[in-house]
Write a protein that binds this ligand. Structure first.
Ligand SMILES: Nc1nc2c(c(=O)[nH]1)N[C@H]1C(S)=C(S)[C@@H](COP(=O)(O)OP(=O)(O)OC[C@H]3O[C@@H](n4cnc5c(=O)[nH]c(N)nc54)[C@H](O)[C@@H]3O)O[C@H]1N2
Ligand SMILES: Nc1nc2c(c(=O)[nH]1)N[C@H]1C(S)=C(S)[C@@H](COP(=O)(O)OP(=O)(O)OC[C@H]3O[C@@H](n4cnc5c(=O)[nH]c(N)nc54)[C@H](O)[C@@H]3O)O[C@H]1N2
Ligand code: SF4
Ligand SMILES: [Mo]
Length: 706
């Protein structure tokens, strides 16, 4: 008789799908199989290619298994892939924690606690692993607060400005849509569990339109691919509104009842004629008209907007304009209609209890600490003063690879007077700059609770296996460090179960949001690991008000943006780094995109994933005419450059990008011959709304290497 067990866990990678995962564990405690939970209505029994091979990651011989410290005399900087271990020596957890506590205390005494900067993002999106004990620790210390802008704040804040809450069309209603626009999203690569829903809709007659400068796998499979010029989506959406209003296709009753600022919007979009917008977007006027008409006259019509659209300087305005379209045509009324950017606002975790910002008042600062924007890490490490950053504590992130303006980031990280701790599962581009490296668990090895940004299920993620080696969870590390720092508050001794109970407000049923009422660890376990939020079906988040905006309506016109000096109506301002700005030295718009088979920089080190991504991930893609003008042919080695740096890579001239655009992919620095990735070329310039990065507003020039 086999004594295999099956454990319910949740994929905690930064992906909208938050898949339910069933892990088979054998009698020795080793995980032998992972599959998508067939009972989960969105996971539907399958995992993406990246995580189907997850056991290769968990049991990789390259896993970090022990705390380590940089050997004396080894300078910070790039280490050869696979040889990183030689630069470090193994130490005990006791020694690691004591050393870190002592250093942080000393830096705090000498420079003030704000000289300590935490740097984390979404290595795990489990509620505890993403932000709980770590936040408590840094708040109590008085460390600088990190503004976590690197991914979604432009679009997120844009959505909030229009609707007041981050909600969207229920993923499970997509099969009922008859017109689907995927706008700045790569469903097939980045959000694969939406694909079967789209397929089902198409079997029922739906049309799929993809708006993306790049011909993604999703675009190739669409009925219509609109290769819009990067950063011009605001203009395109405003021109669609122009056509809708000119042809009286708007839903007047819905607008009258639910929206604010319609007259101002109507006036505003007069300027955005299809002809004028065609010149910016590269989309023919007749195509803009057709798109607007088809969209406004098909029911239900849904837009899957994704974060790709907001990684440009004009990203906030773009996301705002796109988000207004369903309100203009009343698409929210129809099950299967509306828009989805994120569903995360439906999960009302008790963040104040988890993160305890009040603890900043117990810190030596006795006030709220300064805020540092993570997108401007290069600036923070090299230019910030009052106080300068003297300690950097990295977890859940690989900033040496994923942060923009890489040369400045690496210059900062190389500082020998910067004390850097990195809590990681692997040696990465970032550990190359660490003084101390701490081993982290994977989602198979720790417990957590999780929502999603692409569906409406709460899930419990159980530890399927014991931590490998001496790997420890984020919760454990920061709880231990708090003890070593002598922080007296009992909250630093909370267990994972305590934290989960707090996140769910198990002891305060009166304070639970109705959508999460009665959901506890016990009910989640009893339900097989997942529970749908408690709204009635079909869930139509914005079919009617009131809305959580200042006016209580959907805001076409935003007084609160105006009060901040921002455009109250979405305006198309060409990005400073775009073809419209006319910078003759750098005429090409660079798209430094994500890889389909990695997760940002995660998985890039694993041979199986590298093989899926292609033989060489590091390549550029160019339009045939741009290539010909430069004497470049398919397969040539090309140098692309701007004032921030230069990279050399082979080029594919393969029809995947429109004229004027050149694409590249995110990979590890150390896996490219010159030790830098595409972020060498990106800037620290921020988006119009939300202080986010502008990866997709980057100008370059290219030339053939001789
Ligand atoms: N396989 C895989 N899956 C992932 C990730 C990954 O790295 N790999 N990352 C995860 C993360 S962190 C996130 S945030 C989500 C993001 O998911 P997406 O939002 O889908 O992210 P991106 O790939 O950045 O952008 C999507 C598409 O936007 C296009 N795009 C770029 N600029 C513009 C523009 O100006 N206008 C328009 N219309 N389109 C534009 C890009 O070419 C790209 O194909 O995916 C998650 N899932
Ligand atoms: N050029 C370019 N740059 C980009 C993007 C792009 O599209 N193009 N995308 C941007 C976006 S959308 C995002 S979200 C960011 C993502 O940037 P990051 O959040 O830094 O994402 P990853 O590169 O996936 O690195 C996450 C790291 O966390 C580690 N990790 C995983 N789980 C745990 C854990 O439980 N504990 C600890 N301590 N560590 C863990 C992983 O091993 C991994 O090395 O990158 C941004 N950078
Ligand atoms: S990365 Fe996304 S699609 Fe893949 S298993 Fe995780 S949640 Fe599912
Ligand atoms: Mo992201």
């Amino acid at each position: 008789m086999s004594s295999e067990k099956t454990i319910h866990a949740v994929c905690s990678h930064d992906c909208p799908d938050s898949c339910g995962v069933l892990v088979t564990v054998d009698e020795t405690g080793r995980a032998t199989r992972m599959q998508g939970d067939p009972a989960h209505p969105v996971t539907r029994g399958f995992l993406c290619g990246k995580v189907a091979k997850y056991l290769d990651r968990v049991y990789s011989p390259d896993r970090l298994l022990y705390p380590m410290r940089r050997r004396s005399g080894v300078p910070k900087g790039p280490l050869p892939f696979g040889r990183e271990r030689d630069a470090f020596e193994r130490i005990s957890w006791d020694e690691a924690l004591d050393t870190i506590a002592r250093k942080l205390q000393q830096i705090s005494d000498d420079y003030g606690p704000e000289a300590v900067l935490p740097y984390s993002y979404a290595g795990t999106i489990g509620v505890l692993g993403y932000g709980s004990m770590d936040r408590r620790f840094f708040h109590r210390l008085g460390a600088s607060q990190l503004d976590r802008t690197i991914c979604s704040t432009a679009g997120g804040d844009a959505l909030l400005s229009v609707y007041g809450r981050k909600l969207g069309t229920d993923t499970e209603l997509f099969p009922r849509a008859r017109y689907i626009i995927v706008w700045g999203g790569n469903v097939h690569g980045n959000n694969i569990h939406l694909w079967p829903m789209i397929e089902e809709a198409r079997r029922n007659g739906a049309k799929l339109v993809v708006i993306d400068p790049y011909k993604t796998r999703t675009a190739k499979l669409a009925d219509w691919h609109i290769a819009v010029n990067p950063g011009t989506d605001a203009a395109l959406a405003l021109a669609m509104m122009h056509v809708v209003l000119r042809e009286c296709l708007e839903d007047r009753a819905y607008i009258a009842e639910n929206t604010h600022g319609f007259d101002a919007l109507k006036q505003h979009v007069q300027d955005y004629t299809p002809e004028r917008v065609a010149a910016w977007t590269g989309v023919a006027a007749k195509d803009i008209e057709r798109l607007a008409r088809e969209y406004a006259t098909s029911r239900p019509a849904v837009i899957r907007m994704n974060y790709g659209v907001q990684r440009s300087q004009n990203g906030g305005a773009s996301a705002r304009a796109i988000a207004m379209l369903p309100a203009l045509i009343g698409a929210w009324k129809h099950p299967g209609g509306g828009l989805q950017l994120s569903t995360s606002g439906a999960f009302s975790w008790d963040k104040a209890a988890l993160e305890r910002p009040d603890l900043m008042l117990e810190s030596p600062l006795k006030r709220h600490a300064r805020v540092v924007n993570m997108t401007q890490l290069g600036h923070a490490l090299t230019e910030l003063d009052g106080p300068p950053v003297k300690a950097l504590f990295v977890y859940n992130s690989n900033p040496a690879a994923i942060a923009p303006d890489q040369a400045q980031v690496l210059r900062g990280m190389k500082r020998e007077d910067l004390f850097t701790v990195v809590h990681e599962q692997f040696f990465t581009d970032t550990t190359d700059y660490a003084d101390m490296v701490l081993p982290a668990t994977t989602f198979l090895e720790h417990k957590d609770v999780q929502g999603a940004y692409g569906h409406y299920y709460v899930q419990i993620s159980n530890a399927a296996i014991e931590p490998l080696g001496e790997a420890r969870s984020n919760v454990w590390v920061f709880g231990q460090l708090a003890q070593r720092m002598g922080f007296p508050e009992p909250c630093f001794r909370d267990s994972e179960d305590d934290l989960i109970a707090q996140a769910l407000r198990e002891d305060q049923p009166d304070k639970q949001d109705p959508w999460m009422a009665g959901i506890t660890q016990e009910t989640l376990d009893a339900a097989g690991g997942h529970q749908r939020l408690k709204f009635t079906r079909p869930f139509l988040p914005f079919a009617s008000g009131p809305f959580l905006t200042p006016s209580g309506k959907i805001e076409f016109y935003s007084e609160s943006l105006a009060a901040k000096g921002l455009d109250p109506l979405p305006v198309f301002h060409p990005p400073v780094e775009s073809r419209h700005a006319g910078v003759p030295e750098y005429p090409l718009e660079f798209l430094p995109r994500k890889a389909d088979n990695y997760m940002n920089s995660t998985f890039a080190n694993l041979p199986g994933h590298q093989k899926m991504e292609s033989l060489h991930t590091n390549y550029l893609e160019m339009h045939a005419e741009d290539a010909a003008e430069r004497g470049i042919a398919d397969g040539d080695m090309v140098e692309i450059f701007n004032a921030r740096g230069r990279l050399r890579m082979p080029v594919h001239v393969n029809g995947s990008v429109p004229r004027g655009v050149i694409a590249g992919r995110l990979n590890w620095n150390k896996l490219s011959p010159e030790g830098n990735n595409v972020n060498l070329l990106t800037s620290q310039r921020l988006t119009d709304i939300g202080g986010g990065p502008t990866f997709y507003s980057t100008l370059v020039e290219a030339r053939k290497c001789l």
